[in-house]
Design a protein around this ligand. Sequence first.
Ligand code: HEM
Length: 257
Amino acid sequence: MQGSGKSKISEKLADLTDSVQGSQAWNSIFRPGSIFRKGYSDSPRNRSYVIMNSVLYHLHPVKVKRHAVKVSYTLCLGGLSFFLFIMLTVTGIFLMFFYRPTAAQAWDDIYALQTSVTFGLLVRNIHRWAAHLMVLSVFLHMARVFYHGAYKAPREFNWVIGVVLLTLTLLLSFTGYLLPWDQLALWAVTVGTNMMGYTPVFGSQVRFVLLGGAEIGSNTLLRWYVLHVLFFPFITVIFMAIHFWRVRKDGGISGPL
Ligand code: HEM
């Protein structure tokens, strides 16, 4: 008696699972090949689908060359640069909750962040160290790519995208440098913008646009803040997406030496 009650419940559960898995809503979320689809079987075709249809996996091709997954080939420097960028984004968002980009408040906010915000000093230091490390890892990644001759056809375009990414990484680093609004930042940016003032023909205009005036001040801070937290990260994400897409389209990473 009890056994037939149990089997009725399991029959009902099976019916429910069938109707949920057969619904349009379910199948619009779980694409063909997903283990959550009705009648999934562990076939080579379904395994390919898992990679092709998943956002999380689609960075990797269905088939990967043996040397490409060796840490000793890429030293994971591109992946490390990407990881550091994600880390900078997460810690940067945290810092934004406590920082106001005005000449009157910026330095006080940074000081308060370090002295009275829980984990403030830790997160600020993670952000700073990750920024330094990203410059280093992007540079080493470029050196690795050069060593393997991966700048040659068919990867020339991705090399150019890489050069743009290196420039963006340096610009992100430099714009972030001004934000603490301390003596070091003020003078570093004064020296930097003075150098840019020597640009041929448009020198003084370039300097004026970068400073938001004739000399460094609140306008400069606001300008560099917007560039640092919005403009450059946004452009970097777009170029990273093209960079990763090209690695795939150029046939995965280059062959062994
Ligand atoms: C934000 C900076 C960058 C990120 C996040 C990034 C990320 C990546 C990743 C994940 C790969 C896959 C293989 C690997 O990890 O080595 C890759 C490959 C590649 N990257 Fe970058 N990269 C960046 C900057 C650069 C720079 C500065 C250059 C050169 C100027 C460059 C040129 C290339 C090339 C040519 C490949 C293909 C390498 C091959 O086929 O062996 N990348 N990048």
